[in-house]
Structure formats: structure tokens, C-alpha cells
Ligand binder design. Structure first.
Ligand SMILES: [Zn+2]
Length: 338
């Protein structure tokens, strides 16, 4: 009897150890992107570094999130594209934290003064990391304990559907293309992060036509649990043909007070079938009362911002919890039936 009790105790404690969740911090960088993903193995992947300037505001916020996650160094930093709101903070970040490998889509493709400036600084930053890897669609980012698959990079996308995906998408019949986008946005790296049956999608700032290519005529991605709204929930991105086909249970909008969160894009996400909740990093000034969620689900409600984040923890069975660091409101979502 005593031996059995001891065995049960041991089994329970090893089950507890095995139950370490995936952690994702959606860091508020005022309408840019910075997402810290911490695998149950302890390895950390940061997607984008926020803005430069502001006395290192965004780098400080990344360090703060890393401290909460007990992460001392960033094993991997993935830069979706070379716009200032994504790569701008890289030098200030390196002044504060060690980076293992940088991942990107290859050289800057946009001939603008700001982008050239940021890319030049990024090239200097590469010399301060141990490795640099260019990713193509179909590649995976090696993070122990989770799977990070590249869906789009440098204007290209995966040729074959992901496992279980590839169904014809009936919404494509009504798809309308926009004018081609020659900017860095259309070259964004887009990834899907999986931990067991949990799936999170982040397509950076990919724009309308490129998103359609991933969802039409066949949905190459399938469904996801959590959708980080593409391009901060702004209008040149987020056609319903992809958003609705993804069938996200939860969407996280990484908008700022005055960047992203535009009413048309917001409405497409809100109307997505099966969506249980939309969470926002900021109250959107443009959205007003009609196009913002309840304050409870918004990390930063004032224009003068405190830089509060949204934290997600996910289990391998697909269940997950979102916590608003401002008001400590949290909500759990059970495992989805797929
Ligand atoms: Zn952006």
C-alpha cells in the first residue's frame, strides 16, 4: 500500500513536470510587433523587436517580458521584415540581451530611406549574434519542444498544404484582389507555431494578395487556435477569405492607439465564424465605440500608454489561457475538437 502511494506520488510529480506550457507574450510596442515565444523546453524565440528610439522603450519591454518568463538570452530572433516597427529596436535589444541566431527573409527589398537605414543597422546587429539564417517557405525554425514552420518568405509561399489542410475554400469566389504591394510588407516571413495540437499563426505584415495566395483556391494552412492579426489589424491586410477560413477561436490584435485596429479589418476579424474572443493590445482611437472590444479584453486603454502585455499559455492538448497584464483578467479556452 505504502509503495503504491509512493508510486502515485512520483507519477503525479512527473506529470506535473511534463505539464509545462508554451508561453507567448504579446508585447506592447505601440503598433509594431514583438512577440516572445517560450517553448516548454525553455528555449526562447522572439519575433520582431519593435521600434527604435524612445530611450529604448521597446527593448526595455522585451527585457521585462523575458524576465517574467525567466528567459536570460534569446536563442532565436526572427525578423518578419525590415520596417521600423519590426526591426527598429534590434540594436537597443542587443545592448540588453544576448541573441543566438537571427532569422530573416533575406536582404531588404524596399528602396526607401527609412528601410535602408534600419537594414544597415540590422546588418551591423548580425555581427553581434552567433548565427544568421535566411528562411524559405517550408523551412522550420529549430526550437526544441515546439514546431515553427515557415509559410511565407520574401514574397513566396508554401507550395503544398500543411498536414490536414488543402480543402477548397468556397469564399474565394468572392475574393477581390488589391493593387500589387511592392513594399517589404509583402515579403514578410509568416510562421505557424505548434505545440501538440495547439496552433498559433503569425504572418507579420503580409498584405492582401499574398494572404489570398495562402487561402485560395485551397486553404493551405487549415484552422488555428490563435490568430495574431496580420499587419496590426490594418486595412491593406486581412481579407475575409483567409481570416474566416482559419476559423480562429481567439484573435490577438497587436495594434497601437493610432496604428492598426482599423474598423474594416477589425470587423472582418470580429465576424470570423467560431471566434470566441478578440483581444487587443490597445484601444484603437480610429475604431471608437463601435470597433473596439470591451475594455476587459484590451491591454492598454489610454493613449498615454503603460506598455501592458497579453500573455498566453498553451497546453499540448490545445487548451490555452489568455491573461491581460493590466487588469489581471484571464480567460481559459478548452481543447478544440478537430
Ligand atoms: Zn508593422
Amino acid at each position: 500500500m505504502k509503495i503504491l502511494a509512493m508510486f502515485c506520488l512520483l507519477a503525479a510529480s512527473s506529470a506535473l513536470q511534463a505539464a509545462k506550457p508554451l508561453e507567448v507574450y504579446f508585447i506592447d510596442v505601440e503598433g509594431g510587433q514583438s512577440t516572445l515565444i517560450v517553448s516548454p523546453s525553455g528555449q526562447a524565440l522572439l519575433i520582431d523587436t519593435g521600434w527604435r528610439g524612445f530611450n529604448g522603450r521597446d527593448a526595455d519591454r522585451i527585457v521585462q517580458a523575458a524576465k517574467s518568463a525567466k528567459v536570460k538570452q534569446l536563442d532565436s530572433v526572427l525578423i518578419t521584415h525590415f520596417h521600423r516597427d519590426h526591426v527598429g529596436g534590434v540594436t537597443q535589444l542587443l545592448d540588453r540581451m544576448k541573441v543566438g541566431t537571427f532569422y530573416d527573409h533575406g536582404p531588404n527589398t524596399e528602396d526607401s530611406k527609412v528601410t535602408r537605414e534600419d537594414y544597415a543597422d540590422y546588418e551591423k546587429a548580425l555581427a553581434r549574434a552567433s548565427q544568421h539564417v535566411v528562411l524559405k517557405p517550408g523551412d522550420t525554425v529549430p526550437v526544441k519542444g515546439i514546431t515553427v514552420q515557415v509559410l511565407a518568405s520574401n514574397g513566396e509561399h508554401i507550395g503544398k498544404p500543411l498536414d490536414g489542410a488543402g480543402q477548397p475554400n468556397p469564399m474565394c469566389a468572392s475574393a477581390v484582389k488589391k493593387a500589387p504591394d511592392p513594399s517589404e510588407n509583402a515579403h514578410s516571413l509568416g510562421v505557424i507555431v505548434s505545440y501538440g495540437s495547439f496552433r498559433l499563426l503569425d504572418l507579420g505584415d503580409l498584405t492582401w494578395n499574398k494572404e489570398l495566395e495562402l487561402a485560395c483556391p485551397n486553404n493551405l494552412i487549415g484552422t488555428v487556435d490563435v490568430y495574431l492579426t496580420t499587419h496590426h489589424g490594418s486595412e491593406p491586410s486581412g481579407p475575409p477569405q483567409i481570416v474566416h477560413a482559419l476559423h480562429p477561436r481567439v484573435a490577438i490584435m497587436n495594434n497601437g492607439a493610432k496604428k492598426g485596429g482599423s474598423p474594416a479589418a477589425w470587423q472582418i476579424v470580429k465576424d470570423s465564424p467560431g471566434l470566441e474572443d478578440l483581444w487587443q493590445l490597445h484601444y484603437s482611437m480610429e475604431g471608437g465605440a463601435a470597433h473596439n472590444v470591451a475594455d476587459t479584453y484590451i491591454a492598454n486603454v489610454d493613449e498615454s500608454c503603460e506598455g501592458k502585455n497579453l500573455k498566453l499559455t498553451a497546453e499540448s492538448n490545445g487548451s490555452f489561457t489568455v491573461v491581460n497584464s493590466r487588469n489581471k483578467y484571464q480567460k481559459s479556452y478548452g481543447a478544440a475538437a478537430r
